[in-house]
Design a protein around this ligand. Structure first.
Ligand code: KIV
Length: 260
């Protein structure tokens, strides 16, 4: 019998939390990388707005547009067969009003193969927006802790480091769960706080710089493969593709110039 792989579903992520199977997630911005990640067995592929920096060369995630995200998500979608495909809503495509959020999220579901969206923030207005998106049938992943779309207010510092800040993140996590998110991304918060949230909430937590007790882990693929100009200290690098590519291209140039 052929080895038929069944695509990862949101329901499966919930089951894995109960079974304590850790979710392996990575980002992708194009077809070629998405196809490799999917074949290698990544459970969840995020078209993250970090593509603004790693794929488009911007200084932060703010310039990327909804059209950019859809364009990249369509390419990634063509390479994904098994992983759960999630797409970020970019800065200012959902903060102004729940109606804006609904239209932006709706475009992602209409124009790409996304099976969920992610948006940043757990403050009360965002909880209201997320509840409306979920009620309209759109699976939402939350994102608290370091939220890069707020870089000009909070920087890239660890969040939740004081007791008050930790309590606020915990409250946000609970409110987002109550609003109906299917998973929660925890970015750059103390490991003890991430472990506490993971133990407390019934849905999977996916950590990035948040310790090993989360239900899953995600990193930016360009950081993992050594393709980024800058990678955060918590991002473990598994390959040095900058060197591999530079050497391969130098070799190619040499062959051309040698007429070989
Ligand atoms: O955009 C992104 O890459 C993210 C990371 C936190 C995974 O949201």
């Amino acid at each position: 019998m052929p080895n038929v792989k069944i695509p990862v579903t949101i329901a499966q992520l919930q089951k894995w939390k109960q079974q304590k199977k850790t979710i392996a997630a990575l980002t992708a911005a194009d077809y070629a990388i998405a196809k490799l990640l999917d074949k290698a067995g990544v459970d969840l592929i995020l078209v993250g707005d970090s593509l603004a920096m790693v794929a488009l060369g911007h200084k932060n995630t703010l310039p990327v547009t909804l059209d950019d995200m859809i364009y990249h998500a369509q390419a990634v979608g063509r390479g994904v067969e098994n992983a759960l495909l999630i797409v970020d809503l970019p800065f200012l495509s959902y903060q102004v009003s729940p109606e804006d959020a609904m239209r932006s999220a709706g475009r992602i579901f209409k124009e790409t193969d996304a099976r969920g969206i992610k948006l940043e923030g757990g403050y009360p207005e965002m909880v209201v927006t997320i509840r409306k998106l979920v009620q309209a049938g759109m699976p939402v992943m939350g994102h608290v802790g370091l939220t890069p779309q707020s870089v000009h207010r909070i920087g890239y510092r660890v969040q939740g480091a004081t007791p008050d800040a930790a309590a606020e993140i915990l409250d946000q996590a609970k409110a987002l769960v109550e609003a109906g998110i299917f998973a929660l991304l925890l970015e750059n918060i103390p490991a003890e706080l991430a472990a506490k949230i993971t133990a407390l909430i019934p849905i999977p937590t996916i950590g990035i710089g948040a310790g090993k007790e989360c239900d899953g882990q995600i990193l930016v693929t360009h950081d993992v493969l050594g393709l980024s100009d800058y990678a955060p200290p918590f991002a473990r690098q598994y390959a040095d593709l900058q060197n591999v590519i530079t050497e391969a291209v130098q070799h190619y140039c040499q062959d051309i110039r040698d007429k070989s």
